[in-house]
Design a binder for this molecule. Structure first.
Ligand SMILES: *Cc1c(COP(=O)(O)O)cnc(C)c1O
Length: 425
């Protein structure tokens, strides 16, 4: 058998194989519908007997190429694209949970995800039992019961920078036969591939590094194909789906059961599909992901080292720093670098934080991270504004916390900009 291609090659080429004389570049299929020669052929596609596209809410060739590429980068069997990262997370939870079920999640997660779990899903009867990066195996196991359907974590939390203990969570998940889902947005498969550390589902906000240019909102769910859905905990995967002529996801789709159910039920009924244009741009972004992640990581380390020595800085968190609290655990899982996010606390609290940010010239103050341009945010007054003080604490956000997303500009220019703004703060 041909040796599998390396990840850099996959970033550039995977997902689209042009036929003779077809366009070399993945085409943008900006079409809602697809033509079939006979009614019977179309009916077979509707019954999931034939692979094919019927309507772009449920699948589109440009989106499909992107899905194949991300599945391959993550070492997964299949993937599905969504209109946003939060749509991808919501649908993944709802793919396994109904009212009365629960999930166990790290509390140190993206603010939007925390709100989804803590407030919105609760209204629909899906409970989240929060743990934190200090919780022991015993603490976590106490929260698990017969209705626990998922354990959720982020590879590296935004913005607390906690690195997930894959070994412990995957051990708990596999002992209790619970699905382990990991949001790998900030690490990307270039730095960490969660499947190698026991994850069953890998989720991305492709709005971040995958797109990489801050042009397209999107989300992707990839299935590792390494999970056995027990009949007791996951009856919906093992019993006929009456809304789909009695197909049985595990029996009929094996290591793609999660993805097929996600498409057939969640995308069909909730409709939060990725637009083909966003898939086209995201695919193009991924063509340089392997180069960008190295430079983001290299620049971020230099910025973190600079901040560490600066007198106006109270503390710095970056898992690449040798004396960082997360360095040891991060070194176990990360390859090629520690990504582009640096978080620090400035002396002088909220006031100094805002002064510093208002004096930046190169770094823009934006509600975004993980694109080529360096940018900066004060979570307590923006993304995490709706959270109470105790919720802020649970997410690991303090009043003087500033989040930098270090871009791929020349690092000396980035540091010069930070130094000048610190002088004025
Ligand atoms: C941005 C982000 C999300 C949400 O993604 P959207 O595409 O903005 O919906 C989820 N998880 C992480 C880690 C993120 O950074």
């Amino acid at each position: 058998m041909e040796k599998e291609r390396q990840i850099e090659t996959k970033c550039v080429q995977e997902g689209y194989e042009p036929e003779n004389s077809a366009p070399r570049v993945l085409p943008l299929y900006q079409s809602t519908t697809y033509k079939y020669n006979t009614c019977e052929q179309l009916a077979d596609v509707f019954d999931l007997k034939e692979n094919g596209f019927m309507y772009s809410r449920l699948g589109n060739p440009t989106c499909s190429a992107l899905e194949k590429k991300v599945a391959s980068l993550e070492g997964c069997t299949s993937a599905l694209s969504f209109s946003s990262g939060l749509a991808a997370i919501s649908m993944s939870v709802m793919n396994v949970c109904k009212a009365g079920d629960n999930i166990v999640s790290l509390s140190e997660i993206y603010g939007g995800t925390y709100n989804l779990f803590n407030v919105t899903l609760k209204k629909y009867g899906i409970e989240t039992r929060f743990i934190n990066s200090k919780s022991s195996k015993k603490d976590i196991e106490k929260l698990i019961d017969g209705n626990t359907k998922m354990i959720f974590a982020e590879t590296i939390a935004n913005p607390s920078m906690a690195v997930v203990n894959f070994d412990m969570l995957s051990e708990i998940a596999s002992e209790h036969k619970i699905l382990f889902a990991v949001d790998n947005t900030l690490a990307t498969p270039i730095l960490v591939r969660p499947k190698e550390f026991g994850a069953n589902i890998v989720i991305h906000s492709s709005s971040k590094y995958l797109d990489g240019h801050a042009s397209s909102i999107g989300g992707i769910v990839a299935e590792c194909g390494n999970f056995v859905y027990s009949k007791e905990r996951y009856p919906e995967f093992n019993e006929p789906d009456e809304s789909y002529h009695g197909i049985v996801y595990c029996r009929d789709f094996k290591d793609c059961a999660f993805t097929v159910k996600l498409r057939a039920q969640m995308l069909r009924d909730f409709g939060c599909c990725m637009s083909p244009f966003n898939a086209y741009l995201t695919n193009m972004g991924i063509e340089t992901l392997h180069l960008r992640m190295l430079r983001h990581s290299e620049n971020a380390l230099k910025v973190a080292e600079f901040l560490k020595k600066h007198e106006k800085i109270e503390w710095v968190k970056y898992p690449g720093l040798k004396d960082d609290a997360e360095h040891k655990i991060a070194s176990k899982y990360f390859k090629n670098g520690f990504s582009g996010m640096v978080v620090f606390g400035i002396k002088g609290g909220r006031k100094a934080a805002l002064e510093f940010m208002n004096n930046l010239k190169l770094m823009a103050v934006v509600t975004h991270i993980a694109d080529v341009r360096s940018c900066c945010l004060h979570p307590a007054t923006t993304t995490h504004r709706q959270l109470s003080d105790s919720d802020l604490k649970a997410c690991g956000v303090s009043d003087n916390l500033i989040r930098l997303s270090v871009g791929i500009e020349n690092v000396e220019d980035i540091i010069k900009d930070i130094a000048a703004a610190l002088d004025k703060a």
